[in-house]
Design a protein around this ligand. Structure first.
Ligand code: PGA
Length: 246
């Protein structure tokens, strides 16, 4: 099964727009073997759930790391469960950068998300293209920090999205070969932590400027289990083209 995570980020501003987009996605014929998860902004989750039909699933872009209590502005796991969210994205580079999320916070979020039964997409990736040689070290550290101490059983609900930061929102995606090398490396790190069987089962996605021209190059690679799509997933025509091209 290949996974397409549509991360709407903060590109969609009104509930009407969110509904229109979800309804459009509901009309797309999605091929067998492809699973699509829509991750709208929190405030549109309910509207999207009602408009998106049954061919796609609902995800959230983040989750708070405490259960409940005096945490102004927080969106908790229980709130998300109440809205039929089954998947959460954790540790996106934009959360790390603009919301100052550390590996430690990300680890706590992974914990609560797993404990509450979510499927978890953990994002990792290096800052600059020149960093190519630093990729294994940096990405390895992020993966190890996010997964330290979790059970082998819980690992089955984890997907890692390799997202080089320089490729996000820039229109310049990574090469499929380099994305595949990163995926292989991530599986190696997970293999060292949990064993080869677990590493082979792990899903690894690529994210960063994927569009209708490039989606096949990534998704058809055997070692890449899908893509995380940002901006292009909020463009009705473009997203339709992407899904129809598979
Ligand atoms: P983008 O975002 O598709 O807009 O580059 C991808 C991501 O955040 O991974």
């Amino acid at each position: 099964m290949k996974l397409i995570i549509a991360n709407w980020k903060a590109y969609v501003a009104t509930v009407k727009e969110a509904e229109r987009l979800a309804k459009k996605v509901a009309q797309i014929k999605i091929k067998k073997g492809i699973s699509v998860v829509l991750c709208p902004p929190f405030v549109f989750l309910d509207a999207v759930k009602k408009s998106m039909g049954r061919t796609v699933r609902l995800g959230a872009q983040d989750v708070f790391w405490k259960e409940s209590g005096p945490y102004t502005g927080a969106i908790t796991a229980d709130m998300l469960k109440g809205l039929s969210v089954r998947t959460v994205i954790i540790g996106h580079s934009e959360r790390r950068q603009h919301f100052l999320e550390s590996d430690d916070i990300i680890r706590k979020k992974v914990d609560i998300a797993l404990a509450e039964g979510f499927d978890v997409i953990i994002c990792v990736g290096e800052q600059a293209r020149e960093d190519a040689k630093a990729v294994p070290k940096l990405v390895g550290e992020q993966v190890r920090a996010a997964l330290a101490g979790i059970s082998k059983g819980a690992l089955a609900r984890i997907t890692i999205a390799y997202e080089p930061i320089w490729a996000i929102g820039t229109g310049v995606s990574d090469t499929p070969d380099d994305a595949l090398s990163a995926a292989i490396y991530i599986r190696k790190v997970v293999g060292d932590m949990f064993g080869a069987t677990q590493a082979n089962m792990l899903k690894v996605l690529y994210g960063g400027s994927v569009d209708s021209h490039t989606i096949r190059d990534f998704i058809l690679q055997e070692g890449i289990d899908g893509v995380l799509v940002g901006r292009a997933s909020t463009d009705k025509e473009e997203f339709t083209k992407m899904l129809s091209s598979l």
